[in-house]
Design a protein around this ligand. Structure first.
Ligand code: NAD
Ligand code: AKB
Length: 317
């Protein structure tokens, strides 16, 4: 069994991806790696390695010595945090990717998953049903790093045959761990505040539609993409992927059906400009055609599942 590592394993996606991959491939074969000194309790069912993706020599040595063949590289600064520290965001989001692409170019690694984002699109992109191939002029440092990353992934595939696969994730909604500094984080935070205080102050305007996806769909899609036969993967930059799409007002109305006393207020901040530059909905027909993608969660089902499972104790961890 080829060993797999998830770098950036303690984040919103990593936590759930590690657990799902361990179910599939066995706990011992899936290594969680992150900056954190200690393994979080939820990931204690398998190996954990403290790792800084920016320590290129350590990462190379660890992956080569442990004969790790599959890498999921999740460590990154997300859109809102990246705007506050653009130099470091560019460094983190790009250097780690080169370390992993180079290991694959040298044939130490067989397969890479590296996530892109809807942030690769920009204000000049058609915002409704955004096509796979269209104008892409991202206006955030995060979007620029993701677009550059996509170009490098495709380049390493074309030039060196590196088997790298990627998805342009929309905003991801989950309850196992908290989101890490993105513009779509409001769509997770709202559930905690709805349960705790029955009120939520939203940092986006009421009519700001964004593409979103429930984490279970995102993890399933990621694993399906990684398991698809190589010849089916026609896109080596990153696939558009769609789940559902809603505005803060629509989300709050759906929450009100479960918690009638819930109230939302709108206090837009710097993240409004980021959201305004992103698509409202996504055309993912290439993913459907090439490797059979289909989402399971619409907005109604996302809300019902979040209301059922969100545990406000997570806020104090
Ligand atoms: P997150 O911020 O929740 O988690 C990132 C993890 O990386 C954290 O646990 C952090 O400790 C770790 N990390 C940071 N710097 C590191 C370093 N130098 N070395 C090792 N680990 C480091 O992020 P996430 O939401 O899980 O996103 C993972 C990836 O998916 C990112 O590349 C992100 O751009 C992409 N993505 C996420 C979403 C989303 O909605 N969550 C949407 C689109 C794309
Ligand atoms: C963010 O808001 O930065 C992320 C993303 C869509 O990439 N959730």
């Amino acid at each position: 069994m080829a060993k797999t590592i998830i770098i950036g394993a303690c984040g919103q996606i990593g936590t759930e991806l590690v657990l799902e991959l361990r179910k599939k491939f066995g706990n011992e074969n899936v290594i969680a790696a992150d900056l954190k000194d200690e393994c979080p309790a939820v990931l204690e069912n398998g190996p954990y390695q403290k790792m800084d993706i920016l320590d290129r020599e350590f990462v190379r040595e660890y992956i080569i010595t442990n004969e790790i063949k599959v890498v999921y590289l999740l460590a990154a600064l997300l859109s809102a945090t990246a705007e506050k520290n653009p130099d470091f965001a560019w460094k983190l989001n790009m250097e780690g990717l080169f370390t992993i692409l180079d290991l694959a170019k040298e044939k130490h690694i067989d397969k890479i998953f590296w996530p892109s984002s809807i942030a690769v699109f920009g204000p000049t992109t058609p915002r409704e049903n955004t096509p796979q191939y269209t104008v892409m002029e991202p206006s955030t440092v995060y979007g620029i790093s993701k677009q550059a990353g996509e170009r490098w992934c495709e380049y390493y595939f074309n030039k060196f045959g590196v088997d790298v696969r990627s998805i342009r994730y929309p905003g991801l909604i989950s309850y196992t761990s908290l989101p890490g500094g993105g513009t779509t984080d409001y769509a997770v935070d709202i559930f905690y505040q709805a349960k705790l205080n029955k009120t939520f102050s939203c940092f986006l305007k009421e009519d700001t539609a964004l593409p979103m996806m429930f984490m279970e769909d995102a993890i399933r899609g990621t694993i399906e993409l990684m398991e698809a036969p190589k010849e089916n993967i026609k896109i080596r930059s990153a696939y558009n992927l769609s789940g559902c799409s809603f505005t803060p007002k629509e989300l709050s109305e759906e929450i009100k059906r479960h918690i009638p006393a819930f109230e939302i207020t709108y206090n837009p901040d710097f993240r409004q400009a980021i959201a305004d530059s992103w698509p409202m909905s996504i055309d993912d027909s290439n993913a459907r055609k090439d490797w059979g993608w289909k989402e399971k969660y619409n907005t109604e089902k996302v809300v019902a599942t979040m209301i059922e499972h969100v545990d406000v104790k997570l806020l104090s961890n």
